[in-house]
Design a protein. Structure first.
Lengths: 497, 202
């Protein structure tokens, strides 16, 4: 009897120990709550990151899938997304979304997605909303409706397109070559019928694409479209796009031509007239990639609470983008919103789009307030003895490589250093004129530039720790001039290649 | 009746198991804390301890960020003379140099009113966690997270931290050929978002 008890006790302890070990080794599962029911989504851990089984998610949300050996398409009520094994990019509609980790095909039918897939990608194809209740638990709820009416207001010097909503929700505005896109989130959009086009040739027509995001409007650019400004108003919630014509070609509301006074560039003494090239010409491929530094939780320079580097970098990058687009260049930003990307993701956007030039836009910070002006950085590779393998640099040298067509990720920039240096010198010279200071191009081991297979620079356009720079950088006209200068340098560099 | 007895026994066992697990957890936590405290004490380099081991004074040259510098070349840093304890031990010398650099960073007031801040290369909340010297001449400098958090942004700031430590160690401790950085005992891709610290600096 005593032996039996000892056996039972021993087994009990072993089971307890096994359960504790299994629990600690197992990845945390995900719970999707629909009404009173809870559904488990199997979790797994790979490279220290949490992954969730796509099959379980699809079953709960009633999504269908179509799988090949390396790709899986997920069909939702509002669209389709495609995932590739081993890639962090998700193809959704006509855009690519970067995840924090690559998609993982564990075995046939067993695809796993990183945790941010749920919030970043999935809402794009659902009629449902996923609300995070706690770590590892999401509630699936129906989405409310947002009735949006589009109105046009003609002014002497510009046209306003007003998106009047019944509910205040998340909207993002993004400019493309042929149109400006207004994407709605949070609530499903019911668009009131849209008058096809206002009596203007600033914009073509406004189209509603219900399957994009929670409803997306595309404002097609007209022949005289030059730039736009967005503003958000409340009570009732409205998003207003003010669309401006090319300088000197404005039309009155009645349709006759009139002159427009656009703000003049400050400081440079150079004209900010746009190029005479046709802005509607086909963008060349590859494109120019502009990387607004930092974003999301990563504030960048954070010395004075009301000015953060991440916001300023995005504003400058958008201005650079607009000017490049206006001059007929194909441009891609690494981020359009206040989101954090790591260095690899930024470089990946550059390499994915076969960047012909990669410019990472930042503003600087220094341990002492005297430091000022713009500084242009290029990549400085670590000494050869520290590198695992060497690739052949532009100026010769290098070692044997079993796969000469392949370049190690962190050594992508080595073959482009001469081009980067030439671009950096041009940019530093022009920015020095603008700031009235003699800074030099600096070589540093910058993680974001290391993998970029294109002439690549990182620009710190002034120091937020310097009172004069801080004041200038807060000025919209100075920002315009900075953007203009950077764009001119990029164009000059490309023309001289 | 017998079944009831077994349930009571099983419950008692569960309670004992939870108690034992909690005890093990608490004792391991206390052990880790004690180790951390021991390392911290060792790294405090109390002057009395150093004085005991000291055979005299040693003049060292610190390299600190030069106001207004942006170029990471030779003009990026300026020299400052300091005296530390001569111990004959390159690791102790290297540690004293890094401690001097951290203490050196008094900083400068900038801004006005509520926006007034003190700018400095190294945060006063930060500390040197550990410094090792490998046989191949690599000094492994393990910095606390607070030093990284004290870098309020920008490549120049990151370079100021890296270059001042690297150059001060290389110029004053002949055994140091290169410097490799860790943060909180771990390798990182970058020091504070820009500059890669995956390879040593020379």
């Amino acid at each position: 009897m005593f032996r039996l008890r000892r056996k039972i006790l021993l087994n009990f302890w072993l089971i307890l120990l096994f359960a504790a070990l299994t629990h600690s080794l197992m990845a945390q599962d995900l719970t999707l709550r629909v009404g009173q029911e809870s559904h488990r989504v199997e979790g797994a851990t790979r490279d220290g990151k949490s992954y969730f089984r796509l099959r379980d998610i699809a079953a709960v949300l009633e999504l269908s899938t179509n799988e090949t050996s390396s790709r899986i398409d997920v069909f939702g009520p509002r669209g389709t997304l495609s995932l590739l094994d081993g890639r962090p990019l998700v193809h959704l509609g006509d855009q690519y979304i970067l995840l924090t980790g690559p998609v993982w095909r564990r075995s046939k039918g067993n695809w796993y997605v990183p945790a941010d897939f749920l919030e970043k990608v999935l809402p794009g194809i659902l009629n449902l909303r996923l609300t995070k209740e706690s770590d590892g638990t999401y509630r699936v709820q129906g989405v409310g409706r947002n009735r949006v009416r589009v109105e046009f207001l003609n002014y002497r010097d510009h046209l306003s397109v007003v998106f009047r909503s019944s509910r205040a929700g998340v909207t993002t505005v993004q400019e493309f070559r042929d149109y400006v896109e207004v994407r709605y989130g949070e609530y499903l959009v019911n668009a009131d019928s849209i008058a096809d086009s206002p009596d203007q040739d600033l914009i073509g027509s406004v189209k509603f694409v219900p399957e994009e995001a929670f409803g997306t409007f595309r404002v097609e650019k007209g022949d005289r479209f030059y730039s736009f400004r967005e503003s958000r108003l409340s009570d009732p919630p409205r998003l207003v796009l003010d669309i401006f014509p090319r300088p000197g070609t404005a039309r009155s509301a009645a349709g006759s031509a009139a002159t427009v006074d656009l703000p003049a560039a400050a400081g440079s003494g150079t004209s900010r007239e746009p190029t005479d090239e046709d802005p509607g010409q086909q963008p060349r491929i590859p494109v120019i990639v502009v990387d607004p530094g930092h974003g999301g939780e990563d504030y960048g320079v954070d010395v004075y609470q009301d000015v953060l580097e991440k916001g300023l970098a995005l504003v400058l990058a958008r201005k650079i983008e607009q000017r490049l687009v206006a001059s007929g260049e194909g441009v891609r930003l690494t981020r359009f919103r206040d989101v954090d990307l790591n260095a690899e993701q930024r470089s990946a956007v550059g390499n994915f789009h076969r960047a012909k030039v990669f410019v990472s836009v930042h503003v600087g910070g220094a341990p002492l307030p005297q430091t000022s002006g713009a500084v242009v950085y290029i990549y400085d590779p670590p000494p050869a003895e520290f590198r695992v393998a060497q690739t052949k640099p532009e100026d010769g040298g290098g070692e044997e490589n079993d796969h000469p067509e392949l370049v190690r990720w962190n050594e992508g920039q080595i073959g482009y250093l001469n081009g980067s240096r030439r671009l950096a010198n041009l940019m530093q010279t022009e920015l020095n004129k603008l700031f009235g200071i003699q800074n030099k191009v600096v070589e540093a081991r910058l993680a974001v530039l290391a993998p970029v297979m294109a002439p690549a620079v990182l620009v710190e356009a002034g120091f937020l720790t310097n009172p004069e720079d801080l004041e200038m950088l807060g000025n919209d006209q100075f920002q315009e001039t900075l953007a203009y200068t950077i764009v001119q340098v990029i164009r000059k560099f490309l023309e001289s290649r | 009746m017998r079944e009831g007895k077994w349930i009571v026994v099983a419950l008692a066992l569960v309670v004992v198991a939870i108690g034992v697990s909690y005890y093990l957890f608490v004792s391991e936590r206390d052990r880790q804390l004690a180790i951390r405290e021991e390392v911290a004490q060792e790294l405090d380099l109390e002057p009395e301890v150093l004085e005991d081991r000291s055979t005299g004074e040693l003049k060292v040259t610190l390299y600190v960020y030069r106001p207004g510098a942006t170029d990471s070349g030779k003009n990026f840093l300026r020299k400052e003379e300091r005296t530390v304890f001569e111990t004959g031990d390159p690791i102790l010398t290297a540690r004293q140099i890094v401690q001097e650099l951290l203490a050196e960073s008094k900083g400068v007031e900038s801004g006005s009113g509520a926006q007034r801040v003190r700018l400095r290369t190294f945060s006063p909340k930060g500390h040197l966690r550990q410094l090792y010297l490998l046989d191949d001449g690599t000094a492994v400098v393990d910095l606390s997270q607070e030093i990284v958090q004290g870098i309020l942004g920008g490549v120049t700031w990151e370079l100021a931290v890296i270059e001042s430590i690297t150059r001060s160690l290389r110029e004053n401790v002949p055994q140091v050929k290169r410097v490799f950085f860790l943060v909180e005992g771990k390798q990182r891709r970058t020091l504070a978002g820009h500059v890669s610290i995956e390879e040593p600096f020379m």
